[in-house]
Design a protein around this ligand. Structure first.
Ligand SMILES: NC(=O)C1=CN([C@@H]2O[C@H](COP(=O)(O)OP(=O)(O)OC[C@H]3O[C@@H](n4cnc5c(N)ncnc54)[C@H](OP(=O)(O)O)[C@@H]3O)[C@@H](O)[C@H]2O)C=CC1
Ligand SMILES: CC(=O)C(=O)O
Ligand SMILES: [Mg+2]
Length: 610
């Protein structure tokens, strides 16, 4: 058993609870005794699961109770509810008689029924709401449905629909799905963390809502993103739902539409910036470590780039942190590029890369490509960067602009005359790979793609911006404008497209391939830091999952239907790196890390209740 949590057993008879509480009291008494003797400290083997012993006089702790879920309460408890799948015996022993109609279902039958009703909704947002309601009603069924129908339901709970859900989150919001930490909670963040019902948290996804997908500042409504990402951590990566904590930090919003909306659910003020912002984040990061320990993974998600790079740099050496937009995206794109070499021939070093968009995703990917080439060729990274070019909103990033560039763009300021348009840059640089990370839809115009196709036998086009409305071009455009020559992938999914009698299957270059497996690898190894070599390992593990059968169909990513297997492989490779680098704390090191990863994965099949 890899992961322990207090509520694994759904319903325990009262006498058992009583015995457990007595045992607990005995244990606490002996703990206090040994503490008096100065023998044991919190770090020295005493289980301070609820962080109460650690609290100093001025820190408040939450009084908690254990209750037995049965009858109506059991049906209302999403973690344990099975609906009509409660057996006759369970209905008797858990006081459910009369509370359910007489039919007894199986989880498979429930799944079929739900898929039927979800397919009946024509509006994607209605499907999203139906899925969220299911999660609130019956968690295991939600995850079973998501895992078994991942290709169909990922676009519902994740991009593109989650983008619309965030835009309308105020009216969708019914019950808390995560923690809101606003400026009002300054000085009290530790207490707020203690309000969350679960204590053993392994993964936190946190946003401040300032750059939600390519939709801009959605303030507090960004909560849909951590919620969606963590659903993927469980469904795709196998982290237990109870170990996941979505958090939105609300420092206000600069989105005037939201500020003017009387129903806006967040703080109605302009964004707090500067020292006050960083102080709040510092308090948050300290409270997280204090409450959950050294090994909780904090994934930064959809922060604006003026904070994202700084937060990552500030905490990467003191906390287990990971920025999905910078690092996860880099890892998934690198995997696709490495896999594409099977179709294109040559090595990465033979290619020239051009990006539209030089923010978190763009420069993050560029840096990992440069690092990978450097690792493989022993050429210094300063040199390998030279075949990677980026265009931002002002044009090609060149040395004459260096003084005015943000720090993360500066390594990409190569010698070249200034160019203001992407088309001019394509004509001048003649890239073999064109990557869109601008957050602006329809920026890979027909002219741009035709210019790219004119200089490449098989141009590689990645339109990574999300959601679909922000994609730099569609799959149809990429295939038709290159006359079927393109290898195409995008951040949000596109359907296969038939061109000139041939079926083209676009890939989904989305960090969802990486972060669940990467995070799971960190969790199972008890890693305490994220290292760039882990990103490279994750990338390689993903690329290795692309088989000849996939290449024959022009695919550079494996199908998402295999995602649990893919994640287990990524987790094993990441854990291996963690052990090799001396960053793993879970000892002894398992001999077969893949088997170990698979054995630790959460599965949502119903349990039989005593
Ligand atoms: N597929 C995936 O897995 C992922 C996709 N993404 C997507 O990538 C997009 C960008 O995200 P991120 O990098 O974090 O955002 P950032 O805000 O950090 O970067 C955006 C970049 O695009 C540039 N830009 C904006 N408009 C234009 C334009 N019209 N022409 C040229 N450049 C432009 C900006 O220029 P300037 O600096 O001059 O303002 C900036 O360099 C989003 O849509 C996001 O959803 C992000 C992460 C993962
Ligand atoms: C996929 C993702 O993380 C983004 O679009 O921001
Ligand atoms: Mg993101």
């Amino acid at each position: 058993m890899c992961v322990h949590r207090p509520h694994d057993v759904p319903s325990i008879v009262a006498s058992e609870i009583h015995i457990k509480l007595l045992n607990c009291k005995e244990k606490m008494d002996s703990t206090l005794e040994s503490m008096k003797d100065g023998e044991a400290t919190v770090g020295g083997g005493v289980e301070d699961v609820y962080g109460e012993d650690r609290a100093t006089e001025d820190q408040l702790v939450t009084p908690w109770t254990v209750s037995v879920a049965s009858g109506y309460t059991l049906l209302r408890d999403p973690r344990h509810n099975k609906g009509l799948a409660f057996t006759e015996r369970e209905r008797d022993s858990h006081y459910l008689r009369g509370l359910l109609p007489p039919a007894v279902s199986t989880q498979e039958l429930q799944e079929r029924k739900l898929m039927q009703s979800i397919r009946n909704y024509e509006v994607p947002l209605h499907k999203y709401v139906a899925m969220m309601e299911l999660e609130e009603r019956n968690e295991r069924l939600f995850y079973k449905l998501l895992i078994d129908n991942v290709e169909e339901l990922l676009p519902v709970v994740y991009t593109p629909t989650v983008g619309e859900a965030c835009q309308k989150y105020g009216s969708i919001f019914k019950r808390p799905q995560g923690l809101y930490i606003s400026m009002k909670e300054k000085g009290k963040i530790l207490e707020v963390l203690k309000n969350w019902p679960e204590r053993s948290i392994q993964v936190i996804v946190v946003t401040d809502g300032e750059r939600i997908l390519g939709l801009g500042d959605l303030g507090c409504q960004g909560m849909g993103i951590p919620v969606g990402k963590l659903a993927l951590y469980t469904a795709l990566g196998g982290v237990r739902p109870s170990a996941c904590l979505p958090i939105t930090i609300d420092v206000g919003t600069n989105n005037q539409k939201l500020l003017d909306d009387e129903f806006y659910i967040g703080l109605k003020q302009k964004r707090t910036t500067g020292k006050e912002y960083y102080d709040l984040l510092e308090e948050f990061m300290s409270a997280v470590k204090q409450n959950y320990g050294e090994k909780v993974l904090v994934q930064f998600e959809d922060f604006a780039n003026h904070n994202a790079f700084e937060l990552l740099a500030k905490y990467r050496n003191t906390h287990l942190v990971f920025n999905d937009d910078i690092q996860g995206t880099a890892s998934v794109v690198l995997a696709g590029l490495v896999a594409s070499l099977k179709l294109l021939g040559g090595s990465l070093a033979d290619h020239t890369f051009l990006f539209l968009g030089a923010g978190e995703a763009g420069t993050g990917i560029a840096e990992l490509i440069a690092l990978e080439i450097s690792t493989k060729t022993n050429i210094p990274v300063e040199e390998t960067r030279k075949k990677i070019w980026l265009v931002d909103s002002k044009g090609l990033i060149v040395s004459s602009r260096k003084e005015s560039l943000q720090h993360f763009k500066q390594p990409w300021a190569h010698e070249h005359e200034p160019l203001t348009t992407l088309l001019d840059a394509v004509k001048a640089i003649k890239p073999s790979v064109l990557i869109g990370t601008s957050g602006v839809g329809q920026t890979f115009t027909k002219d741009v793609i035709e210019a790219l196709a004119a200089v490449n036998e098989r141009p590689l086009i990645m339109a990574l911006s999300n959601p679909t409305s922000q994609a730099e071009c569609t799959a149809e455009q990429a295939y038709t404008w290159t006359k079927g020559k393109a290898i195409f992938s995008s951040g949000s999914p596109f359907d296969p497209y038939e061109y000139d009698g041939k079926l083209f299957i676009p890939g989904q270059a989305n960090n969802a391939y990486i972060f669940p497996g990467l995070g799971f690898g960190l969790v199972i190894s008890g890693a305490i830091r994220v290292h760039d070599e882990m990103l490279l390992a994750a990338s390689e593990a993903l690329a290795n999952q692309v088989t000849q059968e996939h290449y024959d169909k022009g695919m550079i990513y494996p199908p998402l239907t295999n995602i649990r297997k893919i994640s287990a492989n990524i987790a094993a490779k990441v854990a291996e790196k963690a052990y090799d680098l001396g960053l793993a704390t879970r000892l002894p090191r398992p001999t077969d890390l893949l088997k170990y990863a698979e054995s630790c994965m959460y599965t949502p099949n119903y349990r039989s209740y005593r």
